[in-house]
Design a protein around this ligand. Structure first.
Ligand SMILES: [Mn+2]
Length: 184
């Protein structure tokens, strides 16, 4: 399965349209959105073409492929305009790997969730800086923010295909990649 992972859209219609281009190009089987979908948040500037309602229409058009976790900027009212559930976290198996998805403000490389099963990969956004790291035998991957990258990082997303994790900028250039030991 090819999984596309995107986070922290923060209401940018400009970058929501970029998501459609990325989906067209990458042809993922599923898309994980790791939260902070619509609201810009008090600490952030307004994003390019800030338009939460139009962003919601684009995301709703992708609902059949979406898995979505709730960010710290996502409110109950945002769930009303979304035709897909926003979950606190999602545990799933992708290509034989146990993957834990969440926004990242609660669970991250420095604060592990209470886990029932051994996790191979933990993915989260929130920090607006993309990376792929390994710690204590677990891979930590952050797609960065598609609309509001911080500290001179790129507008970026993650692809997880077979046993390969790739962090790309929105033009599709590889920023960082990691090939994992095969599970299947
Ligand atoms: Mn955010």
């Amino acid at each position: 399965m090819k999984l596309l992972v995107i986070s922290d859209i923060h209401g940018s219609l400009y970058y929501a349209k970029k998501i459609l281009e990325i989906v067209e190009k990458e042809k993922p089987d599923k898309i994980a959105l790791l939260g902070d979908l619509y609201y810009h948040g008090p600490r952030n500037n307004l994003t390019d073409e800030y338009n939460p309602m139009e962003v919601s229409k684009i995301l709703n058009s992708l609902k059949d492929k979406l898995m979505v976790t709730k960010g710290n900027c996502d409110a109950e009212v945002d769930e009303m305009i979304s035709e897909f559930p926003l979950k606190e976290y999602i545990e799933l198996n992708v290509n034989g790997y146990n993957v834990f998805l969440s926004h990242g403000h609660k669970y991250n490389i420095d604060n592990m969730p209470p886990l029932g099963i051994k996790i191979d990969i933990m993915m989260y956004g929130h920090f607006h800086i993309g990376f792929i790291k390994e710690k204590d035998g677990i891979i930590f991957a952050n797609p960065g923010s598609i609309s509001l990258p911080k500290e001179n990082s790129k507008h970026s997303y993650l692809i997880f295909d077979e046993n390969r994790l790739v962090l790309k900028d929105i033009e599709g250039n590889v920023i960082e990649e990691k090939t994992l030991n095969k599970k299947i």
